[in-house]
Design a protein around this ligand. Sequence first.
Ligand code: ATP
Length: 294
Amino acid sequence: MEARITQFFERYIRNAYFPEMHLTDIVEILIIAFLVYQLMIWIKNTKAWMLLKGILVLGVFIFLAYLFQMHTILWIVRNSLTVLATALIVVFQPELRRALEKLGERKYISVVMPFDSTKDKGRFSEDTVDGIIDASYIMGKAKTGALIVVEQAIRLTEYESTGIQLDCIVSSQVLINIFEHNTPLHDGAIIIRNDRIVSATCYLPLSDNMGLSKELGTRHRAAVGLSEVSDALVIVVSEETGYVSVAQGGVLDRNISREKLREYLEDIQNKRRDSHGILAKWKGRLSHEKKSDK
Ligand SMILES: Nc1ncnc2c1ncn2[C@@H]1O[C@H](COP(=O)(O)OP(=O)(O)OP(=O)(O)O)[C@@H](O)[C@H]1O
């Protein structure tokens, strides 16, 4: 028995090829695993999922053409590959742009440059935070619909220009007044930059995330849509339910409490970076995915 085991080890284990592992190999594997995971999330949350299914069907078709040696079809496929690659870049231009913008976001830059001097400066004041929170919950109670965009590092000039330019200090009274029914500025979204409202009645891009609840209408889709293509924090007050929700990074956190909204706002004010850093957001994203899988 012993001899057999030794023989087995001699034959299979000793001759087996174990590549030499270095620390850089482990780091490389971790980076690739992280990138593949991000790619899978991206495919799941964008129109890439439908496209992937289309590509699979096309792949099966090409395979059959290859199997049955259909030369003309294979010739067409060979000659249109470059056009297809260019078409993919054009179709995914907004998503690719967003991915590059995300890389340039300050949270990643500050990992590389820990001495970033702007890190501890708040983007907006406590008064602005209080104004947004008070207005959101007063409007929620009165079932007044609202869409409030809080700009961060990425400038929202292209969306700002779809609305009416304003230059007004944020306060709960002004916000409530803007979203009052049957007033000229109540439709669409307002954009807040630092402590000022810079535009109202703005049109935001609608999300095509198929995972969003069917009971949500265009106001919520617009909030998620903008949060997918920018780093903005978007607050939605539902006219139907009075719920206050927040969209950030393509994820909608529905019916949140005052305290939670304050956490979101203080987080982007850069005051709570330690407890709400990249890791915490990652954990939050995982739990959101678990919830939406149910
Ligand atoms: N693309 C958009 N950009 C900005 N605002 C939008 C956009 N689409 C819709 N809205 C706003 O949402 C309003 C319509 O909301 P709708 O009832 O369709 O959405 P909802 O998500 O069901 O919200 P609610 O719960 O408040 O009813 C519009 O009157 C407009 O003010």
